[in-house]
Design a protein around this ligand. Structure first.
Ligand code: ASP
Ligand code: MG
Length: 272
């Protein structure tokens, strides 16, 4: 692969919801040798559970139940992978961090702690997705996007720092792409002090476009469970029609006016 053919592919929550979905998406990744950077969302439902964990009125019983639901989603995938010890250990570490963070939030409602907790879904799904690709015989590893996706410190809706992201990506991410598929997290970043930040709900699309820009990729692909951009949401309107081709402006307009198919800021890095 030459790097100017590089494709960055993003898979949303339903696409990484469970092992069968991850496996189908891994096949999509492997069908194009130029796809070397994969950006994943948290498995479907996980970020909503994490959001509830950060809420002020969650009691201890509910807190434990939420943690259990999150663990079950991860463990179903680990089981389907044949319970690899190293992967289970990595996920266990993330799950116990979730538990500690959710407990700390009871005493200290810090926005930084909340963002760290919200980031855990993508941390889990990226570890698992890389394992699914390796299972298919291709070298792959999970990469901590916080090494390169620098943002300001506006927790919950952090602003990406484009120039720093470009420099960091060239230094720390580009060299890894020669002989493996890198799987990394959408939605999350880190500020100058290394504190975890998030880009706002649905932010994984934006992450993918930012990384594609930083790596001067040939294309960014947003894969989802709907086969294209439709005139209206096909899950709600039966007469919705797929749009074969759409300009940056039209796509930006649709996203800005609430079409959930794309995070509104995603178009900006793509245009640049
Ligand atoms: N997991 C995050 C969310 O649910 C980001 C994303 O899916 O794009 O909002
Ligand atoms: Mg989305």
């Amino acid at each position: 692969m030459s790097l100017n053919q590089l494709v960055v592919a993003k898979f949303g929550g339903t696409s990484v919801a469970d092992y069968p979905a991850m496996s189908r998406c891994a096949d999509i990744v492997l069908s194009n040798p130029n796809t070397r950077v994969v950006v994943v969302s948290a498995s479907s439902g996980v970020t909503n559970l994490l959001v509830e964990l950060t809420s002020a009125n969650v009691n201890d019983e509910r807190r434990l139940s939420l943690l259990k639901q999150i663990a079950q989603i991860q463990y179903r995938i680990i089981d389907d992978l044949g319970r690899p010890q190293d992967i289970a250990a990595q996920i266990d570490k993330l799950l116990s961090r979730m538990s500690v963070l959710s407990e700390s939030l009871v005493l200290d409602r810090s926005k930084a702690l909340m963002d760290e907790l919200l980031s855990m879904g993508e941390q889990c799904s990226s570890v698992l997705f890389a394992a699914v690709i390796r299972e298919k015989g291709t070298a792959s590893s999970a990469f901590d996007v916080r090494q390169v996706l620098r943002t300001d410190s506006h927790f919950g809706r952090a602003e990406p720092q484009i120039e720093q992201i470009a420099t960091l990506s060239r230094d720390f991410l580009q060299p890894l792409l020669a002989n493996q598929v890198i799987v990394t997290q959408g939605f999350i970043g880190a500020d100058n002090e290394g504190r975890t930040t998030t880009l706002g709900r649905g932010g994984s699309d934006y992450s993918a476009a930012l990384l594609a820009e930083a790596l001067t990729a040939h294309a960014v692909e947003i894969w989802t469970d709907v086969a294209g951009i439709y005139t209206t949401d096909p899950r709600l309107a039966p007469n919705a029609r797929p749009i074969a081709e759409i300009s940056f402006n039209e796509a930006a307009e649709m996203a800005t006016f609430g079409a959930k198919v794309l995070h509104p800021a995603t178009i900006l890095p793509a245009v640049r």
